[in-house]
Design a protein around this ligand. Structure first.
Ligand SMILES: Cc1cc2nc3c(=O)[nH]c(=O)nc-3n(C[C@H](O)[C@H](O)[C@H](O)COP(=O)(O)O)c2cc1C
Length: 147
């Protein structure tokens, strides 16, 4: 994959005192997005509701991270991890996400995700780890062209 946009490298920092919250239906379509999620992702609420949550999937994320996430959710367990997300303007933001089921009368009805900021060291480590994971499985090696 080749990216030409220089804005691809612009990071949006998640503020310390805010939570990015979203919910999806069982198929992963967004049913709720809080104001912070809209602000940080650069999308309006209207642009997010009803869309697949992969709308913010960053190409630096290895596929296996999400197969692991869905496997964990199918087993009705909580998934936690560092996630690099893509903004509408192609910038990025890093979060620590905790994703789990929403239950109504004991029945699984939706999924929810709560996200908080992460440290610079965790960003560097996660980037390195995810680069290695993608390389191992031959996906998405970034090639940047300067013009
Ligand atoms: C509640 C919930 C929140 C999610 N949040 C994100 C997210 O912030 N970023 C992301 O890339 N994928 C997120 N996902 C996973 C996506 O649904 C999707 O599996 C992932 O983006 C990979 O896309 P793909 O399944 O089309 O390959 C979330 C899933 C759920 C159920």
């Amino acid at each position: 994959m080749v990216y030409k946009e220089s804005e691809f490298f612009i990071e949006t920092e998640v503020p310390e005192n805010e939570l990015i919250i979203s919910r999806t239906n069982l198929q992963g379509l967004i049913t709720y997005a809080n104001e912070t999620f809209c602000e940080i992702s650069g999308y309006s609420e209207d642009e997010l509701i009803g869309k697949s949550h992969n709308i913010v999937r960053h190409p630096d994320m290895p596929k296996v991270a999400f197969s692991d996430l869905w496997e964990t959710l199918k087993n009705e367990k909580q998934w936690k991890g560092f996630v690099k997300n893509l903004r509408k303007d192609k910038g990025f933001y890093w979060v620590y996400a905790i994703i789990s089921g929403v239950y109504k009368d004991g029945e699984l009805v939706e999924y929810k995700s709560l996200r908080t900021p992460i440290s610079y060291e965790d960003k560097l480590e996660s980037q390195k780890l995810y680069d290695q994971m993608r390389e191992k499985s031959n996906e998405n090696i970034r090639k940047v062209i300067y013009e």
